[in-house]
Design a protein around this ligand. Sequence first.
Ligand SMILES: Cc1cc2nc3c(=O)[nH]c(=O)nc-3n(C[C@H](O)[C@H](O)[C@H](O)COP(=O)(O)OP(=O)(O)OC[C@H]3O[C@@H](n4cnc5c(N)ncnc54)[C@H](O)[C@@H]3O)c2cc1C
Length: 465
Amino acid sequence: MTVLSSTDRDEAEKKVKSSYFDLPPMEVSVAFPQATPASKFPPCSKYFISRDYVCFKKLLLQSVCYYLITASDYYHFNELLTPEEQAVRKRVREFMEKEVAPIMTEYWEKAEFPFHIIPKFGALGVVGGSIKGYGCPGLSITANAIATAEISRVDASCGTFVLVHSSLGMLTIALCGSEEQKQKYLPSLAQMKTVTCWALTEPDNGSDASALQTTATKVEGGWVLTGQKRWIGNSTFADLLIILARNTTTNQVNGFIVKKDAPGLTVTKIPNKIGLRIVQNGDILLQNVFVPDEERLPGLNSFQDTSKVLAVSRVMVAWQPIGISMGVYDMCHRYLLERKQFGAPLAAFQINQQKLVKILGNVQAMFLMGWRLCKLYEAGKMTPGQASLGKAWITSKARETASLGRELLGGNGIVGDFLVAKAFCDLEPIYTYEGTYDINTLVTAREVTGIASFKPAASRSRSRL
Ligand SMILES: Cc1cc2nc3c(=O)[nH]c(=O)nc-3n(C[C@H](O)[C@H](O)[C@H](O)COP(=O)(O)OP(=O)(O)OC[C@H]3O[C@@H](n4cnc5c(N)ncnc54)[C@H](O)[C@@H]3O)c2cc1C
């Protein structure tokens, strides 16, 4: 008897069923005509009346209802923003709805990056965030945060792409680089003519990042880097890689700018992710990579020096789940009014209304917490514990939000085309990166109790229990 390999078996099966194998999927608006897919994002900043809804309401209540389609404006958040911040918000929102919404599901499904949109992001005037000069926009932290939220509202992967490049890579050069390095690299990075990434995490050092083991050894004219990095966003195509490594002379963490074609540098994509699938996360191998003296960041001389960068990036990461949750609300709101069951819109059922309002309440609270965090930062008063509490609490509420949204969309809640499934998955890595939920709560707990609990108590030889 011939035993077929699994590949041969699959091929044989395909031949037998060739009538429907290899057919492209049906266009989602044809396959499911009752609701609009997320490629047509709900237009925001408008009040309007849904004809279906009005008819239904007239029937039941004999009244006409106007409703807001955007969650973010329910408590009139725009009034908290300056005209500059409002303009940034509008610009980014329009760009994301027009350019990214139509393509994001396809790229998310393929786990590929849409390289053609990089110059468009570069032209948006938000890359480089709060950095002043060197061709950067010099936004307020609030404007930067609003931009992060508006990008993530439509696609969290794009939010991560910009955040890693701008609030980690570029900001490290801006805060820790020499004047020559800033002049040499920041203008091109601000326009996204070049892309950067930020490499701290290692296979053996995730939450315990400050114990990193990649080494930097001083040699004539420069440094030799040896070690491994894991999870580094944008690294598979970044032109410049910011690598954090331990100086073998001082035992302190230093920072280096490594070019993508440096001999001894290998970057490979981490496949099979369940979230942020558009983001290209890489494993980095550094085998005696030579870095000239002029590419060492002179202002990064200990792990403590990264805290200036992480203070900003943690606030920005906290705004990603705010944006994601706004998108989830907007999508659920539209879906519940469009989709009918038992002769009525899903929005007419009390249980659905309650879930929708729970999402709405979450979004309002998240926004206010994120906004206050920005104001504390801008006043020079934000502590690491406050930033950590914001990131931890907001991501946990966003997880609850996406989970409720997923329920509200029924079967379509597990299909990327209606956004909520994608948001649900994208929140998982965000819950973990930039400090996991647990680690961030411990940072806050250390601040409010004065007791650090990161390291387990020394194991005793005999238990007292
Ligand atoms: C999609 C994605 C993108 C990323 N991008 C980047 C990037 O661009 N650059 C970069 O440098 N890194 C990046 N990271 C890495 C990220 O910061 C780490 O994944 C994160 O810090 C957690 O580390 P870990 O995955 O090794 O988990 P671990 O540290 O192994 O933790 C596993 C679990 O144990 C818990 N735990 C660990 N220590 C403690 C403790 N002391 N007390 C209580 N609980 C604890 C954690 O909370 C977690 O639940 C990225 C990660 C992901 C998933």
